[in-house]
Design a protein around this ligand. Structure first.
Ligand code: 5GP
Length: 240
């Protein structure tokens, strides 16, 4: 199935993306929207061209990760807003990796934003909007059957591997990878990285000025949201 592939029935619409069936039961089309939400979707807005930018940024990141041996759901970009992906059974967890304190960790532990952590922190959050994605631990995950021990082992090691790859990649683009969120799913018994990797899901700061170049500009009403997303793509496209 190539770029001419036709999407058919809409099977899911989330806050930032839509999923469509294709002729192939193993493949879906993921369409990126311009909609932005924050704080459990209580804040909503449109970031002009965000869908186009996040589709392209995710393509660059997924290709990089695949080239380093990380299995992802990415197949190919089809159009400005669409990518072809492998259909997965979503594991209802959000995996957060933090290199520097910000956002939820600053709030939870009363820490100052910008504190450099001695080692990366991995958090599990239960993917449930109504509950605002509460933080859970391995015991919750196993007791509730959200993922088994073997799957969690893979998810943990792949997440740290992704952190190492992306930290140095963004560093070469003069960006600091503060933290990010990953989602995984299962395709034919194999765990794949799913969803997207973009300024919606990563905190990225300019290495020199520490200027925020991610969704925090929208969350905190800092202005210049579209410019920040464009700037991240511009830096990533150099050499890609
Ligand atoms: P925090 O827990 O500090 O709010 O988020 C940590 C990191 O994960 C940030 O980079 C943030 O963008 C990302 N993240 C966490 N939860 C979500 C979510 O539900 N949606 C999106 N787009 N990103 C999230």
């Amino acid at each position: 199935m190539g770029p001419e592939a036709k999407r058919s029935e809409l099977i899911y619409e989330g806050k930032a993306k839509k999923l469509y069936k294709t002729d192939d039961p193993n493949l879906l089309v993921q369409e990126f929207k311009d909609d932005a939400t924050a704080f459990g979707a209580t804040k909503h807005g449109i970031i002009n061209q965000k869908g186009v930018i996040n589709n392209r940024i995710s393509e660059i990141v997924f290709k990089l990760l695949e080239s380093k041996g990380v299995a992802t759901h990415f197949v190919q970009r089809l159009s400005p807003r669409e990518m072809l992906i492998k259909k997965v059974k979503v594991i209802p967890l959000e995996i957060t990796i933090r290199n520097i304190v910000a956002g939820g960790m600053a709030k939870l532990l009363g820490l100052e934003e910008g504190l450099i952590l001695k080692e990366p922190v991995l958090e599990y959050h239960y993917k449930e909007d109504n509950l605002h994605d509460p933080m859970i631990n391995e015991y919750h995950i196993k007791a509730l059957g959200l993922a088994n021990t073997a799957d969690l082992k893979v998810i943990n090691s792949v997440s740290f591997q992704i952190n190492n790859i992306l930290k140095s990649f963004f560093d070469r683009k003069h960006l600091i990878l503060v933290d990010f969120k990953l989602e995984f799913g299962k395709h034919k018994g194999k765990i794949l990285l799913g969803d997207e990797v973009s300024p919606d899901t990563c905190r990225l700061w300019d290495k020199t000025t520490k200027e925020k170049l991610d969704k925090d500009r929208f969350r905190m009403d800092l202005g210049g949201v579209e410019d920040a997303y464009h700037e991240v793509l511009r830096r990533l496209e150099v050499g890609n």
